[in-house]
Write a protein that binds this ligand. Structure first.
Ligand code: EAX
Length: 323
């Protein structure tokens, strides 16, 4: 059989176009629903990666912990069985201990303060701490200020927390702090929390309004107190080897896509914070929005002294006093 020159030309064309469209598929996952501040983060990221690489990379998005909880997804990224994950800071210190300092209660005045620190030298240094652990941290994003909910009683002052059995993240700093409120802490992966609240395995939990709303915790929790006791960052992490083998321009595309994801994510947190309380009240929760925060800060004095020892008072103050 003899190939005509036209056939050869066509075949070459097919080959060239398939090379141009060779597509690498990657996975990214979150624990929360698609319709959430985290869903919008990874949806925006996926869209931006595709756009900025002319479709050479496709990022498949997974929601609701369908690939596992946050600890499992970070583990998978470290091992390289999953390229990407988006996670709250919850389990992150178990992989990159330097990040623990961000989980100190009442460290940040407000979201603007937290965002400025994460986008500034402290946050950027911390992103680099992931490098030696098998990750490329692409960008900080946001989970939000955490508030307490429970099914037992209205929490107005720190004493009201004594004896409440609360689910916590698998985060050593949170656990130490909540214990010193007198809370009975039960660390648990996020995908199990709704059922645990529903079945009464725990009385309560704490999360930002964005999470409380998107996870429909109002269906299984009566009381919400706007404690804002800790700010919860979130992060885009990628397997280090997968990132390192990208050509330089594509590396930049992934970094820029993560920045866009963060922008969309923060905007959604602002939206959720603005309308969240009214929405949750309308759904039947009772909300304590006028508590004396200084009493909660004071209750943590002993454990704060421990944190200052552990992380260095100067390091904590550098964050606290950042403008
Ligand atoms: O990332 O585990 C948690 O409570 C987190 O805040 C939640 O999974 C959202």
């Amino acid at each position: 059989m003899k190939f005509s020159p036209l056939f050869a030309l066509l075949a070459a064309g097919v080959l060239a176009s398939s090379v141009a469209h060779a597509q690498t598929t990657m996975k990214i996952s979150i624990s929360t629903a698609q319709n959430s501040h985290q869903g919008i983060a990874i949806d925006t990221f996926a869209k931006e990666v595709e756009k900025r690489t002319a479709g050479r990379y496709k990022v498949q998005t997974f929601y609701n912990g369908s690939l596992g909880g946050e600890r499992e997804s970070i583990e998978a990224v470290q091992l390289g069985t999953q390229e990407l994950a988006f996670s709250s800071s919850g389990p992150v210190p178990n992989f990159v201990p330097e990040t623990k300092i961000l989980d100190v209660p009442f460290l940040f005045r407000d979201k603007a303060h937290a965002r400025a620190v994460l986008d500034g030298p402290v946050g950027q240094d911390l992103l680099r701490a992931f490098d030696s652990k098998g990750f490329k941290a692409l960008a900080w994003a946001e989970n939000g200020f955490r508030h307490m909910t429970n099914s037992k009683r209205s929490v107005q002052k720190p004493e009201d927390l004594k004896g409440l059995k609360m689910r916590t993240m698998e985060n050593p700093v949170h656990i130490a702090a909540y214990k010193s409120f007198g809370i009975i802490t039960t660390p648990m992966a996020f995908p199990e929390v709704f059922t645990a609240l529903q079945q009464g395995t725990v009385d309560g939990q704490e999360n930002p309004l964005s999470v409380i709303i998107s996870a429909k915790f109002d269906q299984v929790q009566k009381h919400l107190s706007l404690t804002g006791h800790v700010y919860s960052p979130a992060i885009f992490v990628m397997n280090k080897a997968a990132f390192d083998k990208l050509p330089a321009a594509d590396k930049q595309a992934f970094l820029d896509a993560a920045k866009e994801g963060t922008k969309a994510n923060r905007a959604r947190v602002d939206e959720d914070d603005a309308k969240g309380v009214a929405e949750l009240r309308a759904k039947g929760m009772t909300v304590v929005d006028t508590l004396d925060k200084s009493a909660f800060v004071k209750a943590l004095t002993p454990v704060n002294a421990e944190f200052e020892k552990q992380f260095g008072k100067a390091n904590i103050d550098r964050i606290r006093n950042a403008k």
